[in-house]
Ligand binder design. Sequence first.
Ligand SMILES: *Cc1c(COP(=O)(O)O)cnc(C)c1O
Length: 215
Amino acid sequence: MGFYKKEFLELRSLCEKKDICLVAVSKVRTEQDIMAAYQEGQLDFGENYVQELIAKSDALPKNIRWHFIGHLQTNKVKLIAPFVHLVHGVDNLKLLIELNKYAFKLNKKINCLLQVHIAREETKFGFSEDEIAEIDIKSFPGLNICGLMGMASFSDETNVVKNEFRQLNTLFKSMQKSNPAFQMLSMGMSGDYQIAIEEGSTMIRVGSLIFGERG
Ligand SMILES: *Cc1c(COP(=O)(O)O)cnc(C)c1O
């Protein structure tokens, strides 16, 4: 673990060239490692665990934009709603309703992405395409639902991963027609971000490439 400055700078320059948002995934990383990236100008960080996110957001600079990329439990919404920049993994209706409720309580819009299940693994979260079609985005006026997020199968078969990302981008493009707020397609991690970018990602979530393998 640590901070891999050379890899980080290369990745960031690629993202700048292609107008892609780079989210540095900092789950289980120390505050020092996060600060090393921050000092290079990185402001978008992604976390998976609510308690860890709260501790870090208390301790670290206030201009950091915290992305919640994990599976969010409904009863934890109130803990992160006041400060979270973008919730990537909204994967059920109950969560949408709860986020919308807290948006009104806090008198702010909460940015979120709908997570779509594109992988072969059953263990991964997300709406199916049919379920997404049922969601009436306009019935959540407290939310700024600004796009989709997905995780591809954990696989060495490039074609499998490529097809899953392509399928997600196709859905994204078709939903964009009726939802002009759809601007973000969050797909791609350390192992598959190149494929994701080829397939139209606008936001990648990268951890191990920047901070080393997780222990
Ligand atoms: C951990 C995680 C990442 C980053 O994974 P790396 O392989 O370390 O880049 C991205 N997205 C989600 C949802 C994650 O949980």
